[in-house]
Design a binder for this molecule. Structure first.
Ligand code: XMP
Length: 310
C-alpha cells in the first residue's frame, strides 16, 4: 500500500467534502482519533475543531499530555471537563454492561452531541477503521459506528455528515500513516487501551477514590513494563478485601491484579512469563498504594478469560 498516496488522497477528499464548512472531532489520544485529527487539520486547518473530553476515567496526566502533544504539532485541542457528568452516571452501578452503557450514553447522548450542536459544525470526523466495521457487522463489538451510537440519522436530524477517512485501513496501516504524519511514537505505537478507560479495570462501583487507586497502580505497571515488548499490560482493582498486616496492625485492604499478555490481535492471548524479580518489584510498589495490601499476577489465557475485567 502506498501510504503517502493514501494521505494525499484523504486530505484532498476532506478538503473537497468540507469546502468552506466546519468540522468537529473528539480526540481520545488513541492512534485512530489522533490520525484523523492530523489528517483533517492538514486538510482544513482552523475549520476543524478538535475536543478532548476529560471523563475522569483517564490515566495519570493523560488529558494534559495529549493536549500538549497536539499543541506541539501546531494543532489546537479544546479540553472539555465532563468529569462530573460521567462520575454521576456511574454512581451506584456495579454491573459491567450497565457501566459500559452509562459511559457510552453519557459520551454520545449527552456530552458529545451537545458539543457538536454548540459548534455549529456540518461535518463530524470519526476514526472508524476497517476492523471496527467488520467486528460490528459480526456482532463482536457492540458499538462503533457513530451513527448507530447516536441512534439517529445525523444528516437528517442535525444536518451534519460523518466523515471516516480511515475506514479502509487496519490498525497496522493506521500506525504507518500516523508515523508518516509525524505523530510521535508515544501515540503511534501505543499499547491498546479500552474505550471505557480505567472503568474497564474496576470491578464493582466506579468512584473517584477507586479510580485514584487503579490509576496509581496503572502508572506503576506501565512504567515497569514499558520495555517488556508485551502486547498489553494493565492493572485491575477487585471489588473484594483481604486481611493484611501493616505497622504491626491488621488491616482489611484492597486487591490489585496485574495482567500482562502476549497476543497478535487480542482475540486470543497468553500471560507473559515475566521475570520473578520484576513481578516482586511491581508487587512491592503496588502494595505501597494507600489501602492496597495485596497484588496478584493473572496467569489466565484468553479464552476463557478476556483481557479486561468488565
Ligand atoms: P477483551 O477484554 O474483550 O479485550 O478481551 C480485547 C481487546 O480490546 C480492548 N477493549 C476495548 N477497546 N473499546 C475499545 O476500544 C472497548 O470497549 C474495549 N474493551 C476491551 C482490550 O483492551 C483488549 O486490547
Amino acid at each position: 500500500m502506498d501510504y503517502n498516496r493514501f494521505i494525499e488522497e484523504q486530505i484532498a477528499e476532506i478538503k473537497k467534502v468540507v469546502g468552506n464548512g466546519k468540522a468537529i472531532n473528539a480526540l481520545s489520544g488513541g492512534v485512530d482519533s489522533s490520525t484523523v485529527t492530523v489528517l483533517a487539520h492538514r486538510a482544513i486547518g482552523n475549520q476543524l475543531k478538535t475536543i478532548f473530553i476529560d471523563n475522569a476515567l483517564m490515566r495519570e496526566g493523560e488529558p494534559k499530555r495529549v493536549v500538549k502533544i497536539f499543541s506541539d504539532m501546531g494543532i489546537p485541542v479544546e479540553l472539555v471537563n465532563s468529569r462530573k457528568e460521567f462520575l454521576t452516571a456511574l454512581r451506584g452501578l456495579t454491573d459491567p454492561e450497565e457501566k459500559r452503557q452509562a459511559i457510552t450514553d453519557t459520551f454520545y447522548s449527552k456530552v458529545f452531541s451537545r458539543l457538536v450542536k454548540e459548534s455549529g459544525a456540518q461535518f463530524l470526523m470519526h476514526g472508524t477503521i476497517l476492523t471496527d466495521i467488520e467486528e460490528t457487522v459480526a456482532g463482536i463489538k457492540r458499538q462503533h459506528n457513530i451513527l448507530t451510537q447516536l441512534g439517529i440519522d445525523t444528516e437528517k436530524s442535525y444536518g451534519y455528515k460523518v466523515i471516516e477517512p480511515l475506514k479502509t485501513l487496519r490498525k497496522d496501516d493506521v500506525r504507518k500513516v500516523a508515523e508518516l504524519l509525524g505523530i510521535p511514537k508515544e501515540i503511534s505505537q501505543r499499547i491498546p487501551f479500552p474505550g471505557p478507560a480505567l472503568a474497564a479495570r474496576i470491578v464493582g462501583e466506579v468512584t473517584e477514590e477507586r479510580l485514584e487507586t487503579v490509576r496509581a497502580a496503572t502508572a506503576i505497571v506501565e512504567e515497569e513494563l514499558a520495555d517488556s515488548d508485551s502486547f498489553q499490560y494493565l492493572a485491575v482493582l477487585l471489588n473484594d478485601y483481604a486481611t493484611g498486616i501493616r505497622n504491626n496492625k491488621r488491616e482489611f485492604g484492597q486487591i490489585i491484579v496485574v495482567r500482562c499478555i502476549e497476543s497478535i490481535d487480542a482475540r486470543v492471548a497468553t500471560a507473559t512469563r515475566l521475570p520473578w524479580e520484576k513481578l516482586e518489584r511491581i508487587c512491592r510498589r503496588i502494595t505501597e498504594i494507600k489501602g492496597v495490601n495485596r497484588c496478584l499476577y493473572d496467569l489466565t489465557p484468553k479464552p476463557p478469560a478476556t483481557v479486561e475485567y468488565i
